[in-house]
Design a protein around this ligand. Structure first.
Ligand code: GLC
Length: 634
């Protein structure tokens, strides 16, 4: 059952697709108080209760024992002491004697203290005095997730080819660099469907432009790559470069489409191209305008995009930069002691994504000026919605690949997400694994992490182990940052090991695609915590390194360096399957703890007793996959 409680006059977020009658907030059967412009909810937890949710967020599947903030943040250091990542997925599921789901449809900052201050209490503080709260009750966590998902509408389904393997890097600077990647993969006989174009494909980082020197005859080039079965996926950033003569900027400025400051001027901030205007995506007319701009690229044959920097990321504002420069000038020639030196350093470090800047931005919603802080978490979601709505109107469903860095619940209907700028750290294999079920609960099905890790240098074994998890994530993309070690599979010694792993993905695509479609159409989760399926089993309840996949499988990636395998807990009898290229090894295992071995070129998988899954033959492109001759394993 879902009940909606409304406090004040909430901002319309379009997160839900069903208009439920509102109950008075005073009748909310959860302890709450409204004071000093914020709302606090609080409930008790028993020692064994589990708290799920928050989608893309740091730490565990069980969110207990930490404080989180829903505040879309451009922060590339995903350490366990962080409180926010790029998304704001404001759904929590408390599972104890009874199960309760809570969706706070509220786009400003929310603090979730889940047993951090008091071990047996969750205290949720929404920074504002108007919100919709949906309270969902049901017999089990999965029943609550289904109810919740039916409230927020069907999840985005990408084109079939988006289940192929994808290679990215910041940046393949020109056509020759892209060609070299495709050739590298083809020569090593490693399957590949997409190559990404990061910011350097543009003319000086201007959205919807092409650097003509790097990519002469872009449309012809895109079409030649399509003939090779390769989709090129360009990035689009939120900020529009301020430049006279640049049509997108001039139109945005002249029509008043950019976010404003309190005095009505365009808010300007610095991102990759220098000073930019930020389209006011919260306005329908601006969404229509920006969305239709993607046509510049779809007209040239592009059929996939990733939307970035849409928290929005702001490196600096001119005002903030001036203050910092003035401070530095004032200290010139001084003997800088601890206070002065670190004070100065903090001023410069605080320039990016500063609260002062966010607080000085205004949106126009229904003719009224609304401060950015009140709608911060909607910004990236609305950018992606702009694109998604244009694509659906123009091309129909399931035609265009689209995923975003920032998101809010509701955006799951028009796009997927990726988990942003992770690191080439072993711990980030598990961070990705833990976010998968949490994101699924909130409707985000098409998702994945930068495989191999984005920041810093990856080792060969890390990339292989990361890929062996990525075999199962709907978005299977290897991406790495400027200046890091080359991370394409064919760059490492013995590329055939990478072929073995990626071929497994292609063999599994018919199965994974079916699980994905069903999850979207029936409000299911692709990935579930073991505790969802085996609630009475203590080891399953506490398991944070394995996931259930569909109705048939369990996955348990190897996540430590120099490990030839790992310990796995089987909550029931299962077949342990090792997949490598076209090789399949099976071994029945009984319920319980087992040490299982998996070489670097092997993908471990567990199939429940009595279940089977299909494998097709691998191919170099998804378009060549044949689903008429399937091998069933189990
Ligand atoms: C951001 C993105 C990253 C991209 C980079 C350059 O850091 O998260 O994926 O490569 O910008 O565009």
């Amino acid at each position: 059952m879902i009940q909606r409680f409304t406090l004040g006059k909430p901002i319309k977020t379009d997160a839900v697709t069903r208009d439920l009658p509102s109950l008075d907030f005073d009748r909310l059967p959860v302890c709450h108080r409204v004071e000093n412009g914020s709302v606090t909810l609080s409930f008790e937890m028993q020692p064994d209760d589990i708290v799920y949710g928050l989608g893309e967020a740091p730490r565990g599947i069980n969110k207990r024992g930490w404080v989180y903030q829903s505040y879309c943040s451009d922060d590339p250091f995903h350490t366990e002491t962080k409180q926010s990542l790029y998304a704001a997925h404001t759904f929590l599921l408390h599972s104890g004697e009874t199960c309760t789901g809570m969706f706070l449809d509220f786009p400003a900052r929310i603090r979730w203290d889940i047993g951090y201050t008091k071990a047996d209490r969750t205290e949720i503080t929404a920074c504002g005095d108007s919100l919709d709260l949906y309270l969902i009750t049901g017999d089990s966590p999965m029943a609550i997730v289904r109810e919740f998902r039916s409230l927020i509408g069907q999840s985005y389904i990408p084109p079939f080819w988006a289940f192929g393997y994808q290679q990215s890097r910041w940046s393949y600077h020109n056509a020759a660099a892209v060609d070299a990647v495709i050739e590298g993969y083809d020569k090593a006989e490693i399957p590949l469907d997409c190559v990404y174009l990061d910011i350097d494909y543009m003319e000086r980082y201007k959205d919807f432009t092409i650097n003509g020197e790097a990519f002469p005859d872009f449309a012809g080039y895109v079409s030649r790559k399509k003939e090779q079965g390769i989709h090129l996926i360009p990035i689009i950033d939120a900020g529009v470069k301020k430049e006279d003569g640049y049509a997108v900027y001039e139109e945005g400025r002249d029509k008043g489409y950019f976010c404003k400051t309190a005095d009505g001027a365009d808010f300007e901030g610095g991102v990759w191209p220098g000073i930019v205007g930020f389209p006011d995506f919260l306005r329908q007319d601006v969404r229509e305008w920006f969305g239709s701009r993607y046509k510049a690229l779809t007209d040239m044959g592009i059929d996939g995009f990733w939307n970035d920097m849409n928290e929005p990321a702001i490196f600096y504002s001119e005002k903030g930069l001036q203050e910092a420069l003035d401070k530095a000038a004032a200290l010139k020639g001084e003997n800088l002691d601890l206070g002065k030196f670190f004070g100065l350093k903090d001023v410069f470090m605080g320039l990016s994504n500063s609260q002062k800047d966010y607080s000085s931005i205004y949106h126009q919603i229904d003719g009224k000026l609304v401060n950015h802080q009140d709608v911060h978490n909607l910004y990236g979601a609305c950018m992606t919605r702009a694109a998604g709505e244009y694509f659906e109107k123009t091309f129909g469903k399931e035609q265009i690949l689209m995923f975003s860095r920032a998101s809010y619940i509701g955006a799951h209907r028009s796009s997927g997400i990726w988990f942003g700028d992770n690191h080439s750290w072993w711990s980030h294999i598990l961070l990705c694994l833990k976010m998968l079920p949490s994101a699924n609960m909130c409707g985000f099905l098409y998702c994945g992490a930068d495989l191999g890790g984005f920041n810093e240098n990856a080792t060969r074994d890390l990339v292989l182990r990361f890929l062996a998890l990525g075999v199962f994530t709907p978005l299977m993309r290897n991406h790495s940052a400027l200046g890091t070690r080359d991370q394409e599979c064919y760059r490492f010694e013995n590329p055939e090991d990478f072929r073995d792993i990626i071929q497994v993905r292609y063999r599994l695509i018919p199965y994974l695609y079916r699980v994905f479609r069903e999850a979207s159409e029936q409000n299911e989760m692709i990935f579930r915590p073991l505790s969802f399926d085996y609630p009475g089993d203590r080891l399953a309840r506490e398991c944070e390194t394995q996931l259930m996949l569909g109705d048939e499988c369990m996955i348990a990636p190897v996540y430590e360096q120099n490990a030839g395998g790992r310990t796995v807990y089987l909550p029931e009898d299962m077949t342990f399957v090792t997949l490598s290229g076209t090789k399949v090894k099976t071994q029945p295992l009984e319920k319980g703890l087992h040490y299982i071995e998996a070489a670097l070129n092997e993908v471990p998988l567990f199939i429940k007793k009595g279940k089977t899954i299909p494998l097709c033959m691998p191919a170099m492109r998804t378009s060549q996959l044949r689903s008429d001759e399937l091998e069933w394993i189990g």
